[in-house]
Design a protein around this ligand. Structure first.
Ligand SMILES: [Zn+2]
Length: 342
C-alpha cells in the first residue's frame, strides 16, 4: 500500500481481523453487485469505502423519488434527472473513493448475460428483489464455483446467507420451489423500512469482506433479523440431497438461455418492463425527436421519458422500456409496439 492508502484505511487495517494483509486483498478484489437498489446501493457504498478495488454495478432501473427513503446513495437530483441506478451509484462512488474502479451495466439480468457478468469476479453480491433472479444467481454461481452472499428484506425483517462454492447447502435447498412472480409480497405491496435494508446490506458487506480476506469467521448459518422486535436468529441449513442445483447440478434456468422478448410485471403496480429479445443500442435523440411531436419528452444519455396521449413510459438505450399505468402485460406490449416498435 502507498502512504495515502495507509492513511485512508488506517482504522480498518488496525482492526486485527483485517490488517494490512487483508486490506491488500480487498484492494485486489473484484465484486459484482447484482441490483443496486435498497441492498445494492448500501453494498456498493460499504465496499467502495472499504477499498474493494473493482466494483461492477448492474441494474436495470433508474432512480425515482420512492427510492430515496432507503436507497442510501441516491439523491433528489438523481431522481429528477432519472439517472440509471448503475450510473448514479458509480458517480457517487467516484466522489467517495476515486481509486475504486467502477463499471456500470444498465441491463436486465437474465440467463443470457449473467455468466458474462459474474465470470471474472471474485464474489457475487445479491442486491436483487425477486426469487426468480436469486434462483438464477444460485445456478450460475454453483456452476462456476463463485461465492455469493444472499440478502433479502421486507417490512422490518430480513435475512442473510453465504453460499460458498463446493460446500453445502445452496439457496435452492431452502427454496426448492421458486415462487411465481406476483405470488409473494414485495416492497411495493408489503412495504420496507430503510433501516432493515441497511442492516441486511451491512451484514452482507461484512460477509463479503470476510470472504475476500479469507477469514475463517464467515457466517455458516441462515441469519434472520426482525428489527422491529430486535430479534436476531440463525439456523443451520441442511443440504437437500434432492436439491436441483447443488444436489443434481441441474441448471435449468441458465440452460434456458436468453428469454425471447419478454414482459415482466415490476414491483410498482401497473408497471411493466418490456424487453426486446436481444439488447440493442438505440438512438435516443431520434426517438426524442419523433415522440416530442405527440407528447412530453425528457431524456438524458441513458434513457428517455415519454408522457402523453394517456401513455407514460421510460425507454432505455438497450431497447427496454418500463411502461407505467398499463392494465396488464398485453396492454404494456401494445404500448411498446405502437410507440417504440423495435
Ligand atoms: Zn442446494
Amino acid at each position: 500500500m502507498n502512504p495515502e492508502q495507509r492513511e485512508r484505511y488506517q482504522r480498518q487495517t488496525v482492526f486485527p481481523k483485517i490488517g494490512e494483509e487483508g486490506q491488500e486483498k480487498l484492494l485486489a478484489s473484484k465484486a459484482v453487485i447484482l441490483g443496486v437498489g435498497a441492498l445494492g446501493s448500501v453494498l456498493a457504498e460499504k465496499l467502495a469505502r472499504s477499498g474493494v478495488g473493482y466494483l461492477r454495478l448492474v441494474d436495470r432501473d433508474y432512480v425515482e423519488l420512492t427510492n430515496l427513503q432507503r436507497q442510501a446513495m441516491y439523491t433528489e437530483k438523481d431522481a429528477a434527472e432519472q439517472l440509471p441506478k448503475a450510473i448514479a451509484a458509480a458517480l457517487h462512488i467516484a466522489e467517495i473513493n476515486s481509486a475504486v474502479i467502477t463499471e456500470s451495466v444498465v441491463t436486465d439480468i437474465n440467463a443470457g448475460n449473467i455468466e458474462s457478468l459474474i465470470m471474472d469476479m471474485d464474489i457475487v453480491l445479491d442486491g436483487s428483489d425477486n426469487f426468480e433472479l436469486r434462483a438464477l444467481i444460485c445456478e450460475v454461481c454453483h456452476k462456476h464455483a463463485k461465492p455469493w452472499v444472499y440478502g433479502g428484506a421486507l417490512g422490518a425483517s430480513g435475512a442473510v446467507m453465504n453460499i460458498m462454492p463446493g460446500s453445502d447447502p445452496c439457496f435452492r435447498c431452502i427454496t426448492p420451489d421458486v415462487p411465481a412472480p406476483g405470488s409473494y409480497p414485495t416492497c411495493a405491496t408489503a412495504g420496507v423500512i430503510g433501516t432493515i435494508t441497511s442492516v441486511v446490506a451491512s451484514i452482507q458487506a461484512t460477509e463479503a469482506i470476510k470472504i475476500l480476506t479469507g477469514s475463517a469467521d464467515i457466517l455458516t448459518e441462515y441469519l434472520s433479523i426482525d428489527l422491529w422486535n430486535n430479534a436476531f436468529d440463525s439456523v443451520k441449513i441442511l443440504k437437500d440431497p434432492g436439491c436441483p442445483v447443488c444436489g443434481k447440478h441441474d441448471y435449468a434456468l441458465l440452460d434456458a438461455g436468453a428469454p425471447e422478448d419478454s414482459v415482466t410485471a415490476l414491483c410498482t403496480p401497473g408497471s411493466f418492463q418490456v424487453a426486446p429479445s436481444s439488447p440493442t443500442d438505440i438512438d435516443l435523440d431520434a426517438f426524442a425527436e419523433r415522440l416530442s411531436a405527440i407528447g412530453l419528452v425528457m431524456h438524458n444519455p441513458y434513457l428517455l421519458r415519454f408522457d402523453g396521449d394517456g401513455i407514460s413510459f421510460n425507454l432505455f438505450r438497450d431497447g427496454r422500456a418500463v411502461i407505467r399505468g398499463a392494465r396488464d402485460e398485453s396492454a404494456a406490449r401494445t404500448v411498446y409496439s405502437e410507440y417504440i416498435g423495435l
